[in-house]
Design a protein around this ligand. Structure first.
Ligand SMILES: Cc1cc2nc3c(=O)[nH]c(=O)nc-3n(C[C@H](O)[C@H](O)[C@H](O)COP(=O)(O)OP(=O)(O)OC[C@H]3O[C@@H](n4cnc5c(N)ncnc54)[C@H](O)[C@@H]3O)c2cc1C
Length: 385
């Protein structure tokens, strides 16, 4: 008997779990495989929390994805009785005119412009108002801010676990601990060889995160090591989610003079910046030295946040897969090839539910949903347009 599925999803992190969920329950044989046991801490989808915000300063083309995702997270919460999305509010802080982030030279201004264009509820605040509302921040007086009440954080591990559980309920098969070794295309279609068997799926979707460049030609994708820090605070209640928003703070005008953070969810306040050291997922240095922690605290935190102590509770390392301009790459390798989903660049999680839904629709219908059109292959890569 042929055990090959109609749709094979390889990689069940943020993008794969969502794709599997929306491909299942449609009368097709759907299989998802992952080399580990998701949710896990080897890829890009771990570390307790991810920022979500609707005024997406990275570009207007992302807004329909995050708006749809917010609906889908709420539906998933209802279906699974779990808590996934917390709208504690979000503050984007900038100083001066230009503060670069995620491919935008004026991240704060582009955030405000996107919010205005889409009628997203927000406030533009001066430094005095920010200081009065959130005395936790130590400002210079030159800052401006964008505050969005619908912004907040998602629980990435819980989102993936809930999506996979729901996908199973809808009839999807899931193989943990099964590793893709190679794939090929011939006159009979696509063959996917794993460490267990060879599949001849009707269609394959690669949601391989940082492992994607090892599987398809992707010369423009860079994999970088990221470090998350959880610090102690003098008064944890000052940083609780009912008093403190998620934030992104461009405290200087240059690349790298930015960090972001979350409320204290019970284990210290999580703070991080964006690292640029290239690595690969099988050899990344997972240890975080005391010197590295101290350098982060000295550069970004000291003198900027009241009552955040240099004592570290824990750290984690995670992987970005970055496309040029911090964009996503969601495309099909030729008309009859695999669909590839690379949606990270440090800001993909908030969109993952809607991306999975749209990719599943594409896999089932053969027609690329218009919401994905802006994310066709970056120039120089080999996918079709
Ligand atoms: C530190 C950090 C902070 C971030 N902050 C935010 C944020 O605040 N807001 C936001 O929106 N986004 C954020 N992001 C981005 C977001 O987390 C990513 O866009 C998202 O997690 C990417 O998911 P993925 O499915 O592409 O990758 P992954 O979740 O890593 O999934 C890839 C999967 O493929 C599997 N796999 C790999 N190779 C094979 C193989 N050969 N065979 C079988 N399975 C395989 C892996 O085991 C893995 O489960 C952040 C990312 C990081 C790293």
């Amino acid at each position: 008997m042929d055990t090959s599925p109609d749709i094979l999803v390889v990689g069940l992190g943020a993008m794969g779990a969502a794709t599997l969920l929306f491909a299942s329950g449609q009368g097709l044989r759907v299989l998802g495989i992952d080399r580990y046991e998701p949710p896990h801490h080897h890829g890009s989808t771990h570390g307790e929390s991810r920022i979500t915000r609707v005024g997406v300063g990275e570009g207007a083309e992302y807004v329909p994805l995050v708006q749809r995702s917010h609906r889908l997270w709420r539906d998933l919460e209802t279906a699974t009785c779990t808590s996934l999305y917390h709208a504690c509010g979000g503050l984007i802080l900038g100083c001066g005119d230009a503060a670069p982030m995620h491919g935008q030279h004026h991240f704060l201004d582009s955030t405000v412009a996107v919010a205005e264009a889409f009628g997203i509820r927000h406030e533009v605040l001066d430094a005095d108002t920010i200081a009065a509302r959130w005395p936790q921040f130590q400002l210079t007086g030159a800052e401006r801010g964008y505050f969005e009440p619908e912004a907040g954080y998602l629980r990435p591990e819980a989102c993936v676990a809930a999506q996979l559980a729901q996908a199973r309920l809808r009839g999807a098969e899931i193989h943990n601990g099964e590793c893709l070794l190679e794939w090929s295309k011939d006159s009979r279609g696509i063959a996917v060889r794993t460490d267990r068997t060879t599949y001849r799926p009707g269609l394959v979707v690669f949601c391989l995160g940082a492992w994607l460049p090892g599987v398809v030609p992707a010369p423009l994708l860079r994999v970088t090591r990221q470090v998350l820090h959880w610090f102690d605070t003098e008064r944890p209640e000052d940083y609780a989610a009912d008093r403190f928003p998620i934030f992104i703070w461009n405290w200087g005008l240059h690349e790298g003079q930015v960090y972001y953070g979350f409320p204290d969810l019970g284990g210290g306040i999580k703070l991080a910046t964006e690292g640029h050291v290239e690595t690969d997922p099988n050899h990344v240095d997972r240890s975080v030295g005391q010197g590295e922690i101290e350098a982060f605290y000295r550069l970004h935190v000291r003198g900027r946040m009241r009552g955040v102590l240099p004592n570290i509770r824990r750290t984690a390392t995670c992987l970005y897969t970055e496309a040029p301009g911090a964009r996503f790459w969601i495309d099909r390798l030729a008309d009859d090839g695999p669909i590839v989903v690379s949606a990270c660049s440090g800001h993909g999680f908030k969109h993952s539910a809607a991306i999975g839904e749209a990719v599943a629709q594409w896999a089932i219908s053969g027609v690329r949903p218009s919401v994905l059109l802006p994310f066709a292959a970056p120039p120089g890569d080999t996918a079709s347009r």
